[in-house]
Design a protein around this ligand. Structure first.
Ligand SMILES: O=P(O)(O)OC[C@H]1O[C@](O)(CO)[C@@H](O)[C@@H]1O
Length: 539
């Protein structure tokens, strides 16, 4: 058994190095090193990362990279790309990198090259997509399908919804996508309110095909379709995406219209698998293929670039630096792109389900803090809401700003304003405004303390040329591998999610109590809540 992480010599060196930060300012660091912006920036797959406004010196990076090496990041990365069972608690590989491997690449797990199977499914998805787009596939009444509703939750929803919004400029003409995730019936009624069943296709997306929310909404959809079009319509209006053939059959769906994937694809790493069928239908085969190429380009970069210039490694190490050495609790994701509005929500599952762990891979309590709380909103909306706290509050909140040089909206002038705000926010956070500067501007003395911006608030700026499918794929893979980097250093299993189970089991028990006279023992609070609900729910 290796020594606890926080007693390792490099961890201690980092703690000591952190002490040397008292009184150090980003202003000073930039003054001392005119090359700082160049020295602390890197570029890959069309994404430029400026990390010069972080509380780091060359020594910080050297120590963080030493830590990564000491924790065998390179070996663990090789194990992931070799299809080894790195998801130990579930006894599986975490082989999402094989989902975007080009045809002809060999990627083996458990001795099997999975790339041919992956491409077989992609070809099935492409043929289906084309048949919907060209009208060969029609609904039960002969009408072309124009509305696609993805029923799924968590990893079977967040990626497709995020991508549908992110790739708005690349949508296939005439196609509309909707998403039903929440078990709240309001979601289903809202999404289907103005839809015509005759031109609507449901994709039931669930890795396990047992998830309560998804199965409930799928039954609701079935009722909605069959009450309008009859039982025989199910075959023309439903397809499934799952790893569970038996459950799809049991649901009464034609497995010929099922798009499979594999147990080595984690839910939150699945938007580039058949779970992306709605994305492919929404943006077309070519754009989906370009997105996969973006994922793959970033995989290559992660696999081959030296750690010092490796974007996912750098981002992972920076996140860990604040999480473990500056007591930062959170990381703000701030996309300056309306089309990335759902990116923070997507990253919440990716990062918090992956790295929200309190025991290490050997089952021992972790000795350091793990995954940060991820949150955020698109700029500039957030500026008029929570940025006050980021600028002048008492907490340190590292920020990831994400922006694009070229607008997708025809309102190019507004894009200038948007990007000016992104650049200004990173500048203001880093360098702040001193009392002397305020006085020199003639600010009344009584107001000076309120108007001081302390600065020294760290941020990354990720700049792409354009939010296109390739860039989106690269961006998602960048965060996937950054999450992996952090998980490896903490020694946790980033690919399981046992923490979601207990609530599911308890909910099932409570459902039984709400729907019958069965009663289970509960604590006083739960019992009182149940009683009040039962009394007041109405008939
Ligand atoms: O695709 P499924 O099996 O319906 O699961 C949906 C989601 O539920 C979870 O298992 C946990 O809530 C996620 O990891 C997963 O993405």
């Amino acid at each position: 058994m290796s020594a606890p992480l926080n007693t390792s010599s490099v961890w201690r060196d980092l703690q000591q190095h952190r002490q040397s930060w008292e009184g150090v300012t980003l202003r000073q660091l930039f003054q001392d090193d005119p090359q700082r912006a160049r020295n602390f920036s890197a570029e890959a797959c069309g994404l430029y990362l400026d990390y010069s406004k972080h509380l780091i010196k060359p020594e910080t990076l050297r120590l963080l990279i030493t830590l990564a090496r000491a924790r065998h990041l390179e070996e663990r990365r090789a194990a992931m790309f070799a299809g080894e069972r790195i998801n130990r608690t579930e006894g599986r590989a975490a082989f999402h990198v094989a989902l975007r491997a080009p045809k002809g690449h060999v990627m083996r797990t458990a001795g099997v090259d999975v790339v041919p199977e992956v491409h077989k499914v992609l070809e099935h998805m492409a043929a289906f997509t084309r048949s919907i787009h060209d009208g060969t596939w029609r609904g039960a009444t002969g009408q072309p399908i124009r509305k696609i509703i993805n029923i799924g939750i968590g990893g079977s929803y967040l990626g497709p919804e995020m991508a549908w919004k992110a790739l708005r400029a690349y949508r296939h003409p005439g196609m509309e996508l909707g998403f039903v995730a929440n078990v709240d019936g309001a979601t289903f009624t809202d999404v289907t309110a103005h839809l015509d069943p005759a031109e609507t296709l449901f994709i039931v997306s669930s890795k396990t095909f047992t998830t309560l929310e998804t199965m409930t909404n799928a039954q609701q959809a079935r009722h909605w379709v069959t009450s309008a079009l009859g039982e025989a319509a199910v075959a023309r209006h439903f397809v499934a995406v799952s790893t569970n053939v038996e459950a799809v059959e049991a649901f009464g769906m034609d497995t010929g219209h099922m798009f499979g994937f594999w147990d080595w694809v984690g839910g939150r790493y699945s938007m580039d698998s058949a779970i992306g069928l709605s994305t492919m239908l929404g943006v077309g085969v070519e754009h989906f293929t370009a997105m996969l190429a973006g994922f793959h380009a970033m995989d290559n970069h992660f696999q081959t670039a030296p750690l010092e210039q490796n974007l996912p490694v750098l981002m992972g190490l920076l996140a860990l630096w604040y999480n473990n050495f500056w007591d930062a609790q959170t990381l703000a994701i701030l996309p300056y792109a309306h089309d990335l509005a759902r990116f923070p929500a997507y990253l919440q599952q990716l990062q918090m389900e992956s790295n929200g762990k309190g025991v290490d891979e050997d089952g021992h309590p972790v000795v350091v803090d793990t995954g940060a709380i991820i949150w955020g909103e698109p700029g500039t909306d957030g500026q008029h809401s929570f940025y006050q706290l980021i600028h002048q509050g008492t907490r340190l909140i590292p920020c990831d700003f994400i922006g694009f040089c070229q607008p997708l909206s025809p309102l190019a002038e507004q894009h200038e304003l948007l990007m000016a705000n992104l650049i200004a926010q990173a500048e203001a956070l880093a360098f702040g405004k001193t009392a002397e500067e305020l006085r020199a501007e003639g600010v009344a003395e009584a107001l000076v303390p309120f108007r001081v911006f302390p600065g020294n608030r760290p941020s990354s700026v990720l700049l792409g040329d354009r939010l296109d499918p390739h860039t989106l794929g690269a961006l998602v893979a960048l965060y996937e591998h950054s999450v992996f980097t952090q998980g490896v250093i903490w020694g946790i299993d980033s690919f399981d999610q046992w923490g979601v189970e207990l609530g599911k089991v308890l909910a099932q028990r409570i459902v039984a109590e709400l729907q019958s006279t069965a009663r289970h023992p509960h604590d006083a609070s739960t019992a009182a809540l149940l009683q009040r609900y039962l009394q007041r729910r109405g008939s």
